[in-house]
Design a protein around this ligand. Sequence first.
Ligand code: 5AD
Ligand code: SF4
Length: 472
Amino acid sequence: MNSVKERMIAPEEIRRQKEIMAYVRDIISRTEGGRKAFIETYGCQQNVSDSETISGMLCDMGYTITKDKQEADFIIYNTCAVRENAELKVYGNLGALKHLKTKKPNLIIAVCGCMMQQESVKEQIRKKYKHIDIVFGTHSLYRFPEILSKVVTDGGRVFDVVSSDGAIAEDLPVKREEGPCAWVSVMYGCNNFCSYCIVPYVRGRERSRRKEYILDDVKELALKGCKEITLLGQNVNSYGNDLEEDIDFADLLEMVCTVDGIERVRFMTSHPKDISDKLIDTMARESKICKQLHLPVQAGNDRVLKTMNRKYTKASYLEKIRKIKEKMPGITLTTDIIVGFPGETTEEFEDTLEVLREVRYDTIFSFIYSRRPGTPAAKMEDVISPEEKKKNFDRLLEVQDVISKEKNLELQGKVVTVLTEGKSKNNDLFLAGRTEGGKTVNFQGDDSLIGQFVQVEITEAKTWSLTGRVVD
Ligand code: 5AD
Ligand code: SF4
């Protein structure tokens, strides 16, 4: 592993990018009607976070962000490679843009993110999607001003995809969605190489941000009125392993909790093999840390877990859960599950159902295994048919739906503290916010409650949602 200093993009390089941003801003300020940009993001929170940086750089360069693709002068797709479905959607969207580009020849179209780190994808776009002007990968994000400026000034196409262990770029402009909750990345990349997963290949090795940068971000957010922070990383429990300073994730969490104005702290994602007793104790002790944990189990069978390279067993996972529940009774637990991993039999899948029944997660995020070229599992053989996999997947949902409903019903009639985030997504007449456990509650109330903690009595608990009314 390189030293921390070597893994940082040099401040001079960031300054150079800022000069380029000023140069583009100057050009755009002289363009009649200004310039509008449209950003679409696929995949995980890390991508959302990267899009916030892209958005920050675009605004710095004089663009305004629009939600209407048709009126945009610049369109960018930030892509995900974790499952094939998301990739197919991106190809579909890119294809559909051909027509818009014919109508608006000055439109600049870019694609970036995890999908682009795969050579085959990059070549496909080069050859078959000639209306795409810019392709850049995850390691080139900080160079976006330079890439865009080349196309704005000289025209032509730019492909900037490098393979790298990854670096850290600090001090780039970020434009976050406004509201009382924000995400802050604490580390990037992953070293775990779970055999089904593309992330380590497209995001590089684990690298932790220095605590000073993280705390500066959190303090700035608190000054802007943010009350809840979610610390983000592919595997937050190995935070600090690569830093010269003696610091781990539990220490970092405590530091974040000391920031005035921040009332709630969450984090994701934790790897079950790395979650330490120290972290569990810190969570239990510190009142600002939400009693909510996302602990992806992926599968319940030991042979499957071994071929997945997860480095824990069903028993050791359940033992961690037991400890967590003992220290934090009532904690909200969620997980990720993959159904139909190559070689998994239906009998082995029963072990996954057993984990569900034993842990009683509040919610699960479940996926049918998707073959990712270049990962070890891509070469492994299936032993059951796609139809059988789908049947198992449906059974998984059936089992979990009952548990989710029962867990939500436990809240019915109770008064919970909700941080109001904004209008409800499904009904404009309602507001929405989340409980300490991260469950969304919809309730009626005045817009002045947005950003405030309110006491809400849960009046209706369904499998997927909670409805309530504000009490004094
Ligand atoms: N197929 C299906 N699901 C996957 N995940 C990661 N890789 C794959 C894959 N190849 C799931 C895992 C992970 C979540 C973010 O995505 O459950 O925890
Ligand atoms: Fe992928 Fe495993 Fe790393 Fe998570 S821990 S990003 S599943 S390789």
